[in-house]
Design a protein around this ligand. Structure first.
Ligand code: FAD
Length: 285
């Protein structure tokens, strides 16, 4: 087995572009890859991208907020530039040991149904930047995530950054995770919400996403349409009455499909309530 840890993006991309009988396996924080026996690299070995400066840091660029793919959860949690929902999700990923090593890019590329980073990013209309020696392309996050553990990443590409359009970060945001115990636990269901209000007090824009209740986390477009134009005191009823048609929960060791559907409504309702309370308290977004 070989272990290659380049310090330049070009070197890393050149390795991925090499025609080889067995591909290199990309590794960032290793918190998913090392824990997954099925993910052990074949003879191609590991390509460790954690030392690539180009993949680190959070900064405004060309009208977007750019988050390097190797940025750790710990750095995201501490970054005041980022919306509350993403920072709350970062705070709830695993234990501190996992958060100082695990990266946002690794979370998205692993594409688990319960990935905590995905629901907030969906409500923020996030895009991913994919880079190879052939060039760079951008995809919406919902185009990148094709299904459970399946993404649109090509074999010679790296996920280099996540981009948040400035227009999508306006409003109040919240993230809520339902797990079977406090501390390190994967979500039974998670929910992220972004709400804006008009001068007259009705909801002018609603973005709602739920994780762990379908193959990949999804936006609840039908509910969003129902919430837009509603007064704050009507939100709970609308959420409880919504059939949530985008969800397709399964029964597994963490919870039944019925429990997941029930928790999804509660999580969305509480996330909305938190946004409304903060708006009422005048806290900064
Ligand atoms: C104890 C424990 C608790 C956990 N708790 C949670 C939790 O509560 N919530 C949660 O969402 N996750 C949790 N996880 C999963 C994991 O920590 C996160 O998904 C983390 O963000 C993965 O990032 P990483 O850098 O460690 O990825 P890695 O393990 O390095 O990589 C994961 C996958 O992505 C690929 N990859 C990584 N970066 C890139 C890139 N830039 N471009 C292309 N491919 C790439 C790798 O090839 C691999 O297939 C937990 C894991 C452990 C071990």
């Amino acid at each position: 087995m070989t272990y290659f840890r380049p310090t330049s993006l070009e070197d890393a991309l050149a390795v991925l572009a090499e025609p080889r009988p067995a591909p290199r396996r990309v590794l960032c924080g290793g918190t998913d890859a090392y824990a997954d026996p099925g993910a052990r690299p074949p003879s191609g070995g590991w390509l460790d991208i954690s030392r690539l400066d180009a993949l680190h840091g959070i900064a405004p660029r060309d009208g977007d907020l750019r988050i390097g793919a190797a940025t750790t959860w710990d750095a995201i949690e501490r970054c005041a530039l980022l919306p509350a929902s993403l920072r709350e999700a970062a705070h709830q990923v695993g234990s501190r040991q996992v958060r100082v090593a695990g990266s946002l890019g690794g979370n998205l590329c692993h594409a688990a149904p319960a990935a905590d980073g995905v629901p907030p990013l969906l409500t923020l209309d996030a895009q991913v930047e994919l880079t190879s020696l052939r060039g760079m392309r951008r995809l919406r996050l919902d185009e990148f995530l094709l299904g459970r553990r399946r993404t649109a990443l090509a074999a010679d590409e790296l996920l280099t950054a996540v981009l948040l359009p400035a227009s999508a970060t306006a409003g109040r945001t919240a993230f809520l995770k339902c797990a079977n115990r406090d501390g390190t636990a994967l979500a039974v269901v998670s929910a992220a919400v972004r709400l804006r209000w008009s001068e007259s007090g009705v909801v002018s824009q609603a973005a709602v996403a739920v994780g762990a209740a379908s193959e990949v986390p999804v936006r609840l477009r039908a509910l969003e349409q129902g919430l837009e134009g509603a007064r704050p005191d009507a939100l709970s009823r609308l959420i409880r009455e919504s059939p949530l048609p985008e969800l397709a929960p399964i029964d597994d060791v963490r919870g039944s499909a019925g429990l997941r559907r029930h928790l999804a409504r509660i999580a969305v309702e509480r996330a909305c309530a938190r946004c409304m309370k903060e708006a009422g308290d005048g806290a900064s977004a």
